[in-house]
Write a protein that binds this ligand. Structure first.
Ligand code: BES
Ligand code: MG
Ligand code: ZN
Length: 492
């Protein structure tokens, strides 16, 4: 898919499908301003159809007397309430309606009501991401029939250069979507490691893959306990992006990498959608997507560590028993009172590892499909953020907001740590049901080196979309990549 800026107006344009964004108000006047030929009948038709250009409204015209074969009108809402989010949604809505028509796709939005550069970026990203379709596992791929050339019409050509980072970001999101969407018999811990090796090779990153023995030597008893019930070997992945210019900031991104979570002996039954637990590596997918994007964008002055303790949570004769006590790599003992709270066990050792990186990193952010409780609290459009550092929390919220990814700060209520007290070990891995996503965060905090600002993002709800929604086609969303990339690039 190729995006470009076309400074001309519609009269000189020769594409086959056009998305036109209108604001509430005088539609006839807005249509006239576009100076399109043969559109005289459209204002009347819009009246008949009761199209008022409210946010989320869409209507289409099939045109036969012009090279343009389809005109898609999308509503942007009241001119005074216009926001980038509305633009993002309208672009996605229009793009979806364009499927089935090949040739050139054009977009005209009332660009002058927005910051040109921002609007061009948001529109491009929304179109590309909403048209993504994963056809890898189909024998007879459906013909996606989507436009290959996309032009933003009526913007100055100087905006073109602002679009250069959109390609790498979208490729990062698409990689994350493919990793999450892949079934667990295809995307194994070993495949995840191979993906990291490939990213390293393509973008000149440093990479280390630790096997079971290496992890054992590092004392990663919590992570290895989760992995011990699977026939597949665990892979601990550490990728490093390093700017060639002097390093001013060192960052670590840690992703939960459970390629399948059966629950272990606390097997997932009843309402828990066990078949969807292939998405339990969504945190690691976001981290690898960000690695790919940053490797291509090459931001200056930063070093970024991407860390994943990948494995499966399965059942066999050597699987963890509920009640087992294990020792993590910081020496803390953990009573595993629930084998289904496995993500925090793998993250515990990954966080300890991130804390030991020399020179020390300035911040650690982990992303994890950690708790069903977070889905209950925030639904599928907003991820939860827990952090003990105000600045880091603020930076992440700001990066998420400007990327269009929902993120909401949640509290780390220290008195809830009471719920994690174990009679025998230093800590238990689960507390009471109430406040389950908070105790999960408090558990993780026990494994973060005190002096390092840390944030935890629970993406259990946002990793997957049940149906097409906004810029996300049904399936894996690739949530987190855009926030992580923006956050990293803001460190200059
Ligand atoms: N991977 C799940 C969390 C999850 C649940 C993600 C639903 C997406 C949708 C995690 O490993 C898990 O099983 N968590 C348990 C924790 C509980 C045992 C304290 C949960 O949330 O039920
Ligand atoms: Mg689990
Ligand atoms: Zn899990």
């Amino acid at each position: 898919m190729e995006f470009s800026i076309n400074p001309e107006d519609i009269q000189a344009w020769d594409g086959s499908v056009l998305i036109l964004g209108l604001c509430e108000g005088d539609l006839e006047k807005q249509l006239k301003e576009i100076k399109a030929p043969n559109w005289e009948a459209i204002p009347m038709a819009l009246k008949v159809r009761n199209f008022n250009a409210k946010a989320g409204e869409i209507t289409e015209f099939n045109l036969f007397d012009h090279k343009l074969s389809k005109l898609i009108l999308v509503g942007l809402g009241k001119p005074k309430e216009l926001q980038m989010e509305g633009l993002r949604k309208a672009a996605a809505l229009g793009a979806r309606a364009s499927v089935g028509i090949t040739g050139k796709l054009g977009i005209i939005f009332p660009w002058n009501l927005y910051d040109h550069e921002e609007a061009a970026k948001v529109t491009t990203e929304a179109i590309r991401l909403s048209l993504f379709k994963d056809l890898r596992f189909k024998n007879e791929p459906e013909q996606p029939n989507k436009a290959e050339k996309i032009e933003l019409i009526g913007l100055p050509t100087s905006i073109q250069s602002a679009l250069t980072e959109i390609g790498p970001i979208c490729q990062g999101v698409e990689l994350a979507r493919e990793l999450v969407g892949a079934p667990p018999n295809s995307l194994t811990p070993d495949e995840l490691a191979k993906t990291a090796l490939l990213i390293a090779k393509d973008h000149d990153l440093e990479v280390k893959i630790l096997d079971r023995d290496n992890c054992n030597e590092l004392g990663m008893g919590a992570y290895l306990a989760v992995a011990q019930g699977s026939d597949l070997s665990p892979k601990f992945i550490h990728l490093i992006y390093q700017s060639k210019k002097p390093i001013k900031h060192r960052l670590a991104m840690v992703g939960k990498g459970l390629t399948f979570d059966s629950g272990g002996y606390n097997l997932k039954v009843g309402a828990a959608q066990i078949d969807l637990m292939k998405f339990d590596m969504g945190g690691s997918a976001a981290v690898l997507g960000a690695a790919r994007a940053l490797g291509e964008i090459q931001p200056e002055g930063i070093e970024v560590h991407f860390i994943i303790a990948a494995c499966e949570n399965m059942i066999n004769g050597s699987a963890v028993h509920p009640g087992d006590i294990v020792k993590a790599s910081n020496g803390k003992t953990i009573e595993i009172n629930n084998t289904d709270a496995e993500g925090r066990l793998t993250l515990a050792d990954a966080l300890v590892y991130a804390g030991k990186i020399e020179p020390q990193v300035d911040a650690i952010v982990d992303l994890a499909t950690l708790t069903g409780a977070c889905v209950i609290a925030l639904g599928d459009e907003v991820a939860g953020l827990w952090s003990d550092n105000e600045q880091l929390a603020e930076d992440l919220i700001q990066s998420a907001n400007s990327s269009g990814e929902g993120l909401w700060r949640m509290p780390l209520i220290s008195s809830y740590k009471e719920g994690l007290k174990s009679i025998l070990a230093d800590i238990k891995n689960t507390g009471p049901r109430a406040g389950g996503s908070i105790t999960a965060g408090l558990f993780l905090k026990e494994f973060v080196r005190d002096s390092i600002p840390w944030a935890h993002i629970d993406i259990a709800g946002t990793v997957w979309a049940d149906k097409d929604k906004g810029i996300n086609p049904a399936g894996a969303t690739g949530y987190g990549v855009r926030t992580l990339v923006k956050w990293a690039c803001n460190h200059k």
